[in-house]
Design a protein around this ligand. Structure first.
Ligand SMILES: Cc1ncc(COP(=O)(O)O)c(C=O)c1O
Length: 434
């Protein structure tokens, strides 16, 4: 799989136009160095192809949505069928009602659902719902926890620095001081410190929000359960951000996988297999604050969006979930991911490189670290991030599409041949690093 760069290729011309016409030359925060002028034209199964015809085994998978792989025939068929019937109605439609029904069946905390378009909107609204329901102003999130790009989320999320709890480090310019004051930060997997912060602020805390698998940090035994108990005791809502874990760790997400049920949960990514839709799910009584008939009441939480409940995305979602319900889905996702993780660790060991693959089977990250236990954001910060990034670039040079230094997403389309090629590339990449 050669990825040698051709001079003046159409890809290079497009890349130059991207740099001319797109702010920052890219779409969000992810960009690659100029040696990698990647512009993609199609994806099929586990592979992605550039406009110049270079193919890669894809572990970005659209940053997580493509749990079935690119262009799964069932999803393509459902979207084509819906597209010919109309792309958006701004009101009730059959696919979205059926998708809500399926989510309520699948998700332990879900009694009712509200749809939005992005994971950012989902967590933003979940926090607003919690404030409206409890009448309290503040939220607590965890250091290193990511909930999208709204102001409440970009607090000690990606700062790369250790937080002095509970005062957040804003991750972006432009966040008003009032928002900073309404967020408290606690260390993930440290129930004692978190409990002390909750107790000190219980009168003003509306919600505790977390990724139950924080990036790739597994919750320590009793951490989620402990949060469940203290939030219930204090009348604070517990929100699981399942944008990554939902329909991925298990059909019922992290709440099923880890056996702890929150009050509200947010979904995105895998829910609709690559089409823009996200959701908030939760207890009926809490979600009822978004009922528009409450408009004018003090606990009414305004929630609206032009494309909310979009029938194209909902049709993709129904088709995706139907595939995920097939026998063997989750054992396969976990086993492929675990084989990759253990395989990469094994190769590193044989090369005397200190490396750990962290996460759960379907989503993981490789850290270069000597540390035995990686439980907190600080442990992740202590790893050699530069080496992690360079490892990613070496993989890109060898035909694996990854976000250097970030997570790998596994899909049902990744095959035995992909695993073998990936481990071969990882061995060469690690040798090159050494
Ligand atoms: C856990 C988590 N929550 C929320 C989001 C935000 O989702 P979106 O990028 O769709 O706004 C992300 C995105 O990566 C995420 O990983």
């Amino acid at each position: 799989m050669s990825i040698a760069k051709t001079a003046h290729s159409s890809q290079e011309a497009l890349w130059e136009k991207a740099n001319r016409y797109l702010a920052g030359g890219t779409l969000g925060t992810f960009f690659l160095p100029p040696a990698f002028t990647l512009v993609f034209k199609r994806g099929q199964g586990s592979h992605i192809e550039t406009v110049d015809g270079q193919t890669y085994i894809d572990y970005v998978m659209g940053s997580g949505p493509l749990i079935l792989g690119h262009a799964h025939p069932a999803v393509v068929e459902a979207v084509q069928r819906q597209a010919s019937l109309g792309s958006t109605f701004y009101y009730l439609n059959e696919p979205v009602i059926l998708l809500a029904e399926e989510m309520v069946k699948a998700i332990p905390c879900a009694e009712t659902v509200k749809f939005v378009s992005t994971g950012t909107e989902a967590t933003f609204h979940a926090l607003r719902i919690a404030r409206a329901y409890t009448g309290r102003p503040k939220i607590l999130k965890f250091e290193g926890g990511y909930h999208g790009v709204h102001d409440y989320s970009l607090m000690s999320a990606v700062s790369g620095r250790v937080t002095t709890y509970p005062t957040p480090i804003p991750d972006s310019a432009g966040i008003p001081p009032g928002v900073v004051e309404s967020v408290l930060i606690a260390p993930f997997n440290d129930l004692e410190t978190t409990t002390a912060i909750i107790e000190a602020h219980q009168q003003e805390l509306a919600a505790v929000i977390l990724e139950p698998l924080q990036r790739v940090l597994k919750p320590q035994p009793q951490f989620l359960q402990g949060l469940r108990e203290i939030t219930r005791d204090k009348g604070i809502l517990l929100i699981f951000d399942e944008v990554v874990t939902g329909f991925r760790l298990a059909y019922g997400g992290a709440q099923e996988y880890y056996g702890v049920v929150p009050d509200l949960a947010t979904y995105g990514k895998a829910l609709t297999g690559g089409y823009p839709m996200a959701a908030i799910a939760g207890k009926q009584e809490i979600m009822a604050v978004t009922d528009p008939r409450k408009k004018g009441k003090p606990d009414y939480a305004y929630l609206s969006g032009t494309l909310n409940g979009n029938p194209l995305a909902a049709a993709a979602g129904l088709a995706t979930l139907e595939q995920l319900r097939q026998e063997g889905t989750y054992s396969r996702l976990h086993s492929v991911g675990n084989r990759l993780q253990r395989g990469i660790e094994e190769i590193a060991r044989s090369l005397h490189l200190p490396l750990k693959a962290l996460g759960e089977g379907p989503v993981f990250q490789v850290l270069f670290t000597e540390q035995e236990r990686i439980e907190r954001y600080q442990d992740v910060l202590a790893a050699d991030a530069d080496k992690g990034y360079r490892f990613g670039l070496e993989l890109l040079r060898r035909g694996l599409y990854v976000t250097p230094g970030q997570k790998f997403y596994v899909s049902l389309a990744h095959s035995e041949a992909d695993i073998a090629k990936t481990l071969e590339a990882a061995e060469e990449a690690l040798k090159a690093l050494r």
